[in-house]
Write a protein that binds this ligand. Structure first.
Ligand code: FES
Length: 154
Protein backbone atom coordinates (compact mmCIF):
# COMPACT_ATOMS: atom_id res chain seq x y z
CA UNK A 1 0.00 0.00 0.00
CA UNK A 2 1.19 3.54 -0.75
CA UNK A 3 0.15 6.99 0.45
CA UNK A 4 -0.67 9.74 -2.06
CA UNK A 5 -1.26 13.30 -0.94
CA UNK A 6 -3.65 15.51 -2.93
CA UNK A 7 -3.33 19.30 -3.00
CA UNK A 8 -4.82 21.84 -2.57
CA UNK A 9 -7.41 19.84 -0.64
CA UNK A 10 -4.64 18.33 1.52
CA UNK A 11 -6.07 14.83 1.65
CA UNK A 12 -3.95 11.71 1.87
CA UNK A 13 -5.27 8.49 0.43
CA UNK A 14 -3.77 5.01 0.81
CA UNK A 15 -3.95 2.87 -2.31
CA UNK A 16 -2.51 -0.49 -3.39
CA UNK A 17 0.84 -0.31 -5.23
CA UNK A 18 0.36 0.12 -9.02
CA UNK A 19 -3.00 1.88 -8.57
CA UNK A 20 -3.47 4.70 -11.09
CA UNK A 21 -3.37 8.23 -9.74
CA UNK A 22 -6.86 8.59 -11.19
CA UNK A 23 -8.16 5.83 -8.93
CA UNK A 24 -6.47 7.57 -6.01
CA UNK A 25 -8.37 10.77 -6.88
CA UNK A 26 -11.64 8.88 -7.21
CA UNK A 27 -11.03 7.17 -3.85
CA UNK A 28 -11.34 10.59 -2.21
CA UNK A 29 -14.69 11.14 -3.90
CA UNK A 30 -13.25 13.86 -6.07
CA UNK A 31 -15.20 14.27 -9.25
CA UNK A 32 -13.05 13.72 -12.31
CA UNK A 33 -15.01 13.99 -15.58
CA UNK A 34 -12.77 11.45 -17.41
CA UNK A 35 -13.91 12.68 -20.80
CA UNK A 36 -11.97 9.94 -22.64
CA UNK A 37 -12.73 7.25 -20.05
CA UNK A 38 -9.11 6.82 -19.01
CA UNK A 39 -7.61 6.33 -22.48
CA UNK A 40 -5.00 9.08 -22.18
CA UNK A 41 -6.63 11.35 -24.76
CA UNK A 42 -8.01 14.31 -22.82
CA UNK A 43 -7.14 16.97 -20.25
CA UNK A 44 -9.70 16.17 -17.59
CA UNK A 45 -7.49 14.01 -15.38
CA UNK A 46 -4.37 16.19 -15.68
CA UNK A 47 -2.43 16.78 -12.44
CA UNK A 48 0.86 18.36 -11.41
CA UNK A 49 3.24 16.09 -9.50
CA UNK A 50 4.74 18.18 -6.69
CA UNK A 51 6.77 15.38 -5.19
CA UNK A 52 7.71 11.83 -6.12
CA UNK A 53 7.75 11.88 -9.93
CA UNK A 54 10.27 9.06 -9.77
CA UNK A 55 7.79 6.99 -7.76
CA UNK A 56 5.30 6.87 -10.62
CA UNK A 57 5.29 4.66 -13.71
CA UNK A 58 7.19 6.22 -16.64
CA UNK A 59 5.37 8.52 -19.02
CA UNK A 60 4.15 6.77 -22.18
CA UNK A 61 4.30 8.01 -25.78
CA UNK A 62 0.54 8.54 -25.89
CA UNK A 63 0.60 10.48 -22.63
CA UNK A 64 3.40 12.70 -23.96
CA UNK A 65 1.42 13.41 -27.13
CA UNK A 66 -1.70 14.35 -25.18
CA UNK A 67 0.20 16.54 -22.71
CA UNK A 68 1.81 18.35 -25.66
CA UNK A 69 -1.56 19.73 -26.74
CA UNK A 70 -2.92 20.58 -23.28
CA UNK A 71 -2.80 24.20 -22.17
CA UNK A 72 -1.13 24.95 -18.84
CA UNK A 73 1.04 21.84 -18.53
CA UNK A 74 4.34 22.00 -16.71
CA UNK A 75 7.39 19.76 -16.70
CA UNK A 76 5.75 17.93 -13.78
CA UNK A 77 2.40 17.32 -15.49
CA UNK A 78 0.92 13.82 -15.74
CA UNK A 79 -2.34 12.33 -16.85
CA UNK A 80 -3.59 10.67 -13.70
CA UNK A 81 -5.21 7.79 -15.60
CA UNK A 82 -1.84 6.83 -17.10
CA UNK A 83 0.43 7.24 -14.07
CA UNK A 84 0.64 4.35 -11.62
CA UNK A 85 1.79 4.72 -8.04
CA UNK A 86 4.95 2.67 -7.46
CA UNK A 87 6.45 4.32 -4.37
CA UNK A 88 5.60 6.10 -1.15
CA UNK A 89 4.95 9.81 -0.63
CA UNK A 90 3.72 11.06 -4.01
CA UNK A 91 2.16 14.55 -3.78
CA UNK A 92 -0.03 15.83 -6.62
CA UNK A 93 -1.81 19.12 -7.19
CA UNK A 94 -5.04 19.38 -9.10
CA UNK A 95 -5.37 22.13 -11.73
CA UNK A 96 -7.64 25.02 -10.85
CA UNK A 97 -10.91 25.36 -12.69
CA UNK A 98 -13.73 23.07 -13.70
CA UNK A 99 -13.74 21.01 -16.87
CA UNK A 100 -16.67 21.52 -19.20
CA UNK A 101 -18.66 18.32 -19.02
CA UNK A 102 -22.25 18.70 -20.12
CA UNK A 103 -23.64 21.75 -21.83
CA UNK A 104 -26.97 21.17 -20.07
CA UNK A 105 -25.31 22.05 -16.76
CA UNK A 106 -24.27 25.44 -18.14
CA UNK A 107 -27.78 26.38 -19.25
CA UNK A 108 -28.74 26.41 -15.58
CA UNK A 109 -25.96 28.96 -14.95
CA UNK A 110 -26.93 31.51 -17.62
CA UNK A 111 -27.03 34.99 -16.10
CA UNK A 112 -24.60 34.13 -13.31
CA UNK A 113 -20.85 34.66 -13.10
CA UNK A 114 -18.52 31.68 -13.38
CA UNK A 115 -17.28 30.70 -9.93
CA UNK A 116 -14.21 29.03 -11.45
CA UNK A 117 -12.56 28.94 -14.84
CA UNK A 118 -14.47 26.55 -17.09
CA UNK A 119 -11.94 24.49 -19.05
CA UNK A 120 -12.00 22.67 -22.37
CA UNK A 121 -11.94 18.93 -21.61
CA UNK A 122 -9.58 18.03 -24.44
CA UNK A 123 -6.98 20.79 -24.46
CA UNK A 124 -7.53 22.47 -21.08
CA UNK A 125 -7.95 26.00 -22.48
CA UNK A 126 -10.20 28.38 -20.57
CA UNK A 127 -13.64 28.54 -22.21
CA UNK A 128 -15.21 30.90 -19.66
CA UNK A 129 -12.99 32.77 -17.19
CA UNK A 130 -13.75 32.93 -13.50
CA UNK A 131 -15.94 35.97 -12.78
CA UNK A 132 -17.25 36.27 -16.36
CA UNK A 133 -20.96 36.40 -17.03
CA UNK A 134 -22.28 33.16 -18.51
CA UNK A 135 -24.42 34.22 -21.46
CA UNK A 136 -26.88 32.27 -23.57
CA UNK A 137 -24.88 32.99 -26.73
CA UNK A 138 -21.70 31.60 -25.16
CA UNK A 139 -23.47 28.48 -23.95
CA UNK A 140 -24.98 28.00 -27.43
CA UNK A 141 -21.45 28.15 -28.86
CA UNK A 142 -20.34 25.55 -26.35
CA UNK A 143 -23.20 23.33 -27.39
CA UNK A 144 -21.51 23.02 -30.78
CA UNK A 145 -18.23 22.28 -28.99
CA UNK A 146 -19.97 19.51 -27.08
CA UNK A 147 -20.61 17.69 -30.36
CA UNK A 148 -16.98 18.13 -31.45
CA UNK A 149 -15.74 16.74 -28.15
CA UNK A 150 -17.95 13.67 -28.45
CA UNK A 151 -16.56 13.02 -31.91
CA UNK A 152 -12.97 13.47 -30.76
CA UNK A 153 -13.11 10.98 -27.92
CA UNK A 154 -15.29 8.40 -29.59
S1 FES B 1 -9.34 10.45 -18.45
FE1 FES B 1 -8.78 11.25 -20.37
S2 FES B 1 -6.64 11.30 -20.30
FE2 FES B 1 -7.16 10.49 -18.40
Amino acid sequence: MKNVNLQPINRTVTVPTRTSLLDALLATQLEVPMACKGRGLCATCHVYVQKGEDRLSPITEREMQTLARISGVGSNSRLSCQARVLGEGVVVRLPEGMYFERVEDLYDLIGTRAERDILHPIDGTVLISKGKLITRSRVDELKRLNVEIEQLIR
